[in-house]
Design a protein around this ligand. Structure first.
Ligand code: WTA
Length: 688
């Protein structure tokens, strides 16, 4: 099936007829208003939320230009609210307590639960009281390292209810990564779970968390409590793991006792079971009224220096923005069933599994598993079972499923679907077309939503009932988002052209600072082009004004929708004694979008062999997590291509990785002969 990237796909009637924004004309009118009169636009939206106190200061105030002083962004100054109250109490007071908030679908199709808004509020209040009992108060950081289970939503809302700040770390990160983030945040409480099945793989979360707490202790961070959800005993283990057979998983033997019960390490005084502490906790707890600009959460994202940045979001602006983007980008209506496959450990899960849907009083699917277990139709089975209308996933998942053909999709009745979303990386037109034709039966709107951890919510996206979509384009800016493209000199490009994707002014959901390092916030996003927020992505504007995001222009890469910095991977590799120097670059990958191709310059006396390769990959898994494992490792004994000033020229290594001999100008290299040697011994496809 070939994709015609010039084609334009108009929204189907079934979407347009009920849409909140049902024409380009209406989109332009609303967009104009959001830019000309932000206070009027967002002020009107704010009326549907509960504010204990209205804004007393400026509605929006900011400085984007470092030459004029410190960078700052403020929305709704002086207003007081609580996001947990707006997610739960507000709907329950309106009589929606019995409405289902989440259909929880386990890794195994046999494991299913339903939770109403009232159920969640009860548990949130209990957990909030437990946390208060441990001394957690407004502004304190609580780390969360959990699988996709309802307790994760409960934990984050409980933290928000009492005005504390959650720092969720994706359950695929290693002990070291978790520890690094906990230490940076100075988190004194951790909420985790014993373990989780992801497909047929058992992830030992508590083990990994215990490793992290050990590191924290060595670095003088005293983590007072680790609250552990006992999860594994209540779910169905994969067939392959039944009967106590290790099935190629040696760790299984050591993790189950004679009766087949999962065992965990335990530190008395520090470790407590979630179930035990919840039992006696009181089920009411008032929501702490927060200033709109008080911190709500931090979420770490890769930085180009290698050290992750704690992206900080605040209560008021994030609330308005996650709710409004959810409503318009997915054209949410009461009664819809919505399913976002992202893990809450990433920003997509924060904004579009928890906050956006709950703020709109929506009913969602919360999915614990993976797209290919127990079969490759798992997503579509859930869509049929739960009658999902709005579905949101990543291009990498779409590409992985495309490989199995149309049949696993066609087995299910997907006629409930009307809007399909994509996020995380540019979606290639072939994947877009497959999503549209096979999953959507050519009768849906596809929304390719561009955004970042930093932006809090969608910033460039089609609107399902209005925007004629072009496969591969994120289309137009969301309300309040003022897009510009800049050339290398920082001059704005008008009309058609390609350049740095930047924004001229803040929208309510933009991050406010890097936790504990405001200067890094200023340098990373505002220094290169004073007066603009710089995304770090490149983009092209076509003759119709559509924006096509082309990908990162800094030393970052995007593996299966997960941002990684090359520096982060390199520093993991050089920790091995055999590696004198390392350089990591991105190489296109047919499923992951991009994958890691790493060059290692070995230290004297070391020889490259499969054992060393496995150790190096293990090092990356240990320092960062399994998702960062390099696909290609090329050893060199001649060194890496460097400029005379000693800077590794990654531009050339990227060419070597893809087998492209057009190196461009290599005259600045200290030793140009290295390039040929590297090229000759490059790893060809399939020989990784
Ligand atoms: C990339 C994920 C093209 C981009 C929400 C961005 C995209 C980075 C798209 C942020 C898209 C995300 N089209 N590229 N629709 N969505 N990206 O912080 O490079 O994990 O800067 O947030 O992902 O990744 P992050």
């Amino acid at each position: 099936m070939s994709a015609d990237s010039k084609a334009v796909y108009s929204p189907p009637n079934k979407v347009v007829s009920i849409s909140h924004c049902s024409s380009m004309e209406q989109y332009r009118r609303m967009y104009e208003k959001s830019i000309q009169d932000p206070e009027g636009f967002w002020g009107e939206i704010a009326k549907s939320f509960h504010f204990e106190q209205e804004t007393t200061g400026k509605f929006c105030d900011y400085n984007f230009d470092p030459s004029k002083g410190r960078i700052f962004i403020k929305w709704l100054e002086g207003a007081k609210t609580n996001i947990c109250y707006n997610c739960l109490d507000r709907h329950i007071e309106a009589g929606k307590g019995d409405q289902i908030a989440f259909y929880w679908e386990g890794n195994d199709p046999a494991d299913r639960r339903q939770l109403t808004y009232a159920d969640i509020l009860r548990d949130v209040c209990k957990m909030a009281n437990v946390l208060k009992g441990y001394g957690v108060a407004k502004g304190h950081r609580v780390a969360i390292y959990m699988p996709m289970i309802p307790e994760l939503v409960v934990a984050m809302l409980a933290v928000a209810r009492i005005g504390a700040v959650h720092s969720i770390v994706f359950g695929g990160y290693s002990s070291e990564s978790l520890a690094e983030r906990m230490i940076d945040a100075q988190a004194s409480i951790l909420i985790t779970s014993d373990a989780v099945w992801r497909g047929t793989k058992l992830v030992h979360l508590k083990d990994i968390a215990d490793g992290a707490l050990e590191i924290c202790k060595q670095k003088d961070l005293d983590v007072k409590k680790s609250i552990v959800v006992k999860h594994l005993c209540r779910v169905t283990a994969p067939q392959s793991a039944a009967n106590g057979v290790a099935n190629g998983n040696p760790s299984k033997k050591t993790h189950f006792d004679d009766k087949g019960q999962y065992k965990v390490g335990w530190k008395e005084g520090r470790d407590v079971w979630w179930e035990d502490v919840m039992k006696d906790a009181k089920s009411d707890c008032h929501a702490v009224w927060m200033d709109a600009e008080d911190p709500l959460f931090m979420l770490y994202t890769s930085g180009s220096t290698g050290k992750p940045k704690g992206v900080l979001h605040t209560v008021g602006g994030y609330m308005l923005y996650s709710a409004t983007t959810f409503k318009y980008s997915f054209d949410y209506h009461p009664g819809d069933i919505y399913f976002c496959t992202a893990d809450i450990g990433w920003i997509t899960g924060h904004s579009y599994v928890t906050y956006g849907p709950l703020l709109n009083g929506a009913t969602s699917v919360l999915f614990e598993g993976v797209p290919t277990y127990p079969h490759t139709g798992r997503f579509w089975e859930i869509v049929e079972m739960c009658k999902v209308n709005k579905f949101y996933t990543a291009p990498t998942a779409i590409r992985a499923l495309m490989k199995f053909g149309d049949e696993p999709v066609k087995k299910y009745n997907l006629s409930s679907l009307s809007v399909l979303g994509s996020v995380g990386e540019p979606i290639n037109p072939e994947a877009w077309m497959w999503y549209y034709r096979v999953v959507g039966n050519s009768d849906v709107s596809i929304v390719d939503t561009f955004w970042q951890t930093e932006t809090g919510g969608h910033v460039i996206t089609p609107l399902p009932g209005a925007t004629p979509a072009k496969p591969g384009s994120a289309c137009y800016p969301f309300f309040g988002v003022d897009v510009a493209l800049l050339d290398e000199e920082g001059k704005e490009i008008s009309g058609e052209g390609e350049g740095y994707l930047v924004f001229r002014r803040p929208w309510p959901g933009i991050m406010r600072t890097v936790y504990g390092n405001h200067e890094r916030f200023e340098t990373t996003y505002f220094k290169k082009f004073p007066g603009y927020y710089c995304t770090g992505d490149g983009a092209r504007r076509d003759a119709d004004g559509y924006i096509w995001v082309t990908g990162r222009i800094d030393d970052m890469l995007n593996v299966s929708g997960h941002l990684l910095s090359t520096a982060q991977v390199e520093s993991a590799l050089v920790e091995h004694e055999a590696v004198a120097e390392a350089a990591a670059v991105a190489r296109p990958h047919h499923v992951k979008g991009e994958c890691l191709y790493c060059f290692v310059y070995l230290a004297e006396g070391f020889e490259f062999n499969p054992k060393l390769a496995a150790e190096l990959k293990g090092k990356v898994r240990e320092k960062i997590g399994p998702f960062a494992t390099p696909d290609y490792l090329q050893a060199t004994s001649v060194g890496l291509p460097k400029t005379r000033s000693g800077k590794i020229m990654r531009r050339i290594l990227r060419k070597v990785a893809v087998g492209d001999k057009e190196f461009g100008d290599i005259s600045t290299l200290a030793d140009p002969s290295i390039v040929d040697v590297l090229f000759q011994s490059r790893i060809l496809d399939g020989k990784a």
